[in-house]
Write a protein that binds this ligand. Structure first.
Ligand code: UDX
Ligand code: ADP
Length: 465
């Protein structure tokens, strides 16, 4: 079996960037080139000021600094990198379709298809193509049929190697992975390709944690893993609504059930709703696939996880309006956090977007503070929803760098992301700044109830009456 020494990754985003940086770091004898069609993104990855990398992820800048331009390269020369590589990872985005058949549910595979066509056009010798993006089941087949019809006599072996990193902990998740999943054909060349990729990971992952499966199992496992995780969050969020109506405390319930070793303690943190680029998209893919095979009950079962998440976000926004005497029109509300979770600048599907949108519909004046998300991104997220003109959004919503000043004359503060720094803010000063009664809506259960009530806040915490 040929040892892999040249890897190319198409797509320098949240998955491709950190994953390739870690592979380069753990495998000094492999050259890793990450390519992207977005020139600005590549320039940012090559920026000498490491604070300007396009992605914020703890530990990432140190790894990039150590390996960049040694065996880790970022470039827009897609064709050249494909030509040189023995193994090509496809790590481009696969958003939910916004048009045509499967609109709002199916994954849009146009970027994947474009990659396959580019590889087919450029490749002059045999390649192993690895799908890394989260994809619906059977995408590998589509990639294969494009690649196999080039008529150039080049052999392509397609592997599925889904990414299980969570943003905010990506580097640790990659270095200390629970498992690595490699799906491929059972043919001799398929087995050889699976072993070649296993060997790359064996540089730092114990062999028993590297699982080999067929392609479909691997593709489906990724969707199912995310569906199970999201289901836990929706389950505890459903219980948080019940706790708010009774004297139960959702944290106590989480702890009590999490002690059961069959249930376990993780992913039972009630919140304003899950976000991120994977959970919703993957479940929608699962629902779409199930429905397309005529499995209506299976589709409905998983769809309920999304319905519960939408309910949770809506419930949080409605609670703010109801508590502020049924109107927020012209009232200033400071929102702390815009990212979908702490330690990332990613905002895809963030609950904050939907809550802000609902409050803007009620004509609230919103001031947003997030330590890592840019003003442009926040406006782009709201413009993408398209609920109102972008000029009206800019009139009603401001983005600030000073979180304390943001609360001057505010009626309420809403915590949307669990950034650690919010815990150490001067909450006494914030209270003094605000109009009275001063309302604090904690969508992340970040602060201590007693402490906030002692300061004088009317404090609402998800999952507590
Ligand atoms: C997820 C999977 O965890 C990862 O394995 C996969 O590769 C990609 O999708 P990610 O979306 O980066 O990762 O973040 P994750 O930590 O799973 O959180 C998703 C959302 O759920 C966040 O909005 C988070 O705040 C929320 N969440 C998570 C809760 O509300 N409560 C919890 O207990 C856990
Ligand atoms: P993910 O979270 O899956 O990594 P991102 O949107 O962060 O998604 O990153 C995907 C990257 O893939 C983007 O930077 C985008 O420009 C890039 N991309 C999309 N299509 C192509 C293509 N055909 N060739 C090269 N790069 C591409």
């Amino acid at each position: 079996m040929k040892k892999i020494t040249e890897i190319c990754c198409i797509g320098a985003g949240y998955v491709g960037g950190p994953t390739m940086s870690v592979i380069a770091n753990q495998c000094p004898e492999i050259n890793v080139t990450v390519v992207d069609i977005n020139q600005q993104r590549i320039d940012d990855w090559n920026n000498t000021n490491l604070e300007n990398l396009p992605i914020y992820e703890p530990g990432l800048k140190e790894i990039v600094a150590k390996n960049r331009n040694k065996n880790l390269f970022f470039s827009t020369e897609v064709d050249k990198a494909i030509d040189k590589a023995q193994m090509i990872f496809i790590s481009v985005n696969t958003p939910t379709k916004t048009y045509g058949k499967g609109k709002g549910q199916a994954a849009d595979l146009k970027y994947i298809e474009l990659c396959a066509r580019t590889i087919a056009e450029v490749a002059k010798d045999d390649k192993i193509v690895v799908e890394k993006s989260t994809l619906p089941v059977r995408t590998a087949q589509a990639i294969k049929s494009i690649l196999d019809n080039t008529g150039k006599g080049v052999h392509f072996e397609i592997l599925s190697n889904p990414e299980f990193l969570a943003e905010g902990t990506a580097i640790d998740d990659l270095i200390n992975a629970d498992r690595v999943l490699i799906g491929g054909n059972d043919s001799p060349t398929g087995q050889e390709a699976k072993d070649a990729l296993s060997q790359v990971y064996e540089n730092w992952i114990p062999k028993e944690k590297i699982l080999q499966t067929n392609v479909w199992s691997s593709e489906l496992s990724k969707l199912v893993a995310n569906a199970f995780l999201a289901q836990r969050v929706s389950s505890i969020n459903a219980i948080s609504a019940l706790c708010e109506k009774t004297d139960a405390n959702v944290q106590e319930v989480s702890k009590a059930i999490g002690f059961d070793s069959r249930i376990g303690p993780k992913f039972l943190q009630a919140s304003v709703g899950f976000g991120g680029s994977c959970f919703q998209k993957d479940i929608l893919n699962l629902v779409y696939i199930a429905r397309s095979y005529g499995l209506a009950e299976v589709a409905d079962y998983w769809e309920q996880v999304i319905i519960m998440n939408d309910y949770q976000k809506r419930r949080f926004a409605e609670n703010i309006v109801n508590t502020l005497y049924n109107t927020v029109s012209g009232k200033k509300i400071a929102m702390y956090g815009w990212a979908f979770k702490k330690d990332t600048n990613d905002t895809r599907e963030s609950a904050a977007i939907y809550v802000a949108d609902a409050l803007l519909e009620e004509k609230a004046e919103i001031v947003v503070y997030d330590p890592k998300v840019s003003e442009d991104q926040i406006y782009a997220d709201l413009d993408y929803l398209g609920s109102r003109s972008s000029s009206l959004t800019r009139e009603l919503l401001k983005v600030v760098d000073d979180p304390i000043k943001a609360t001057e004359q505010a009626h309420a503060v809403a915590i949307m992301t669990e950034w650690d720094e919010f815990k150490t803010f001067d909450w006494v000063k914030i209270f003094e700044n605000m109009l009275k009664p001063a309302f604090l809506f904690d969508g992340r259960r970040l602060l201590e109830t007693q402490k906030m009530e002692d300061i004088g806040f009317k404090y609402y915490k998800i999952g507590q009456s």
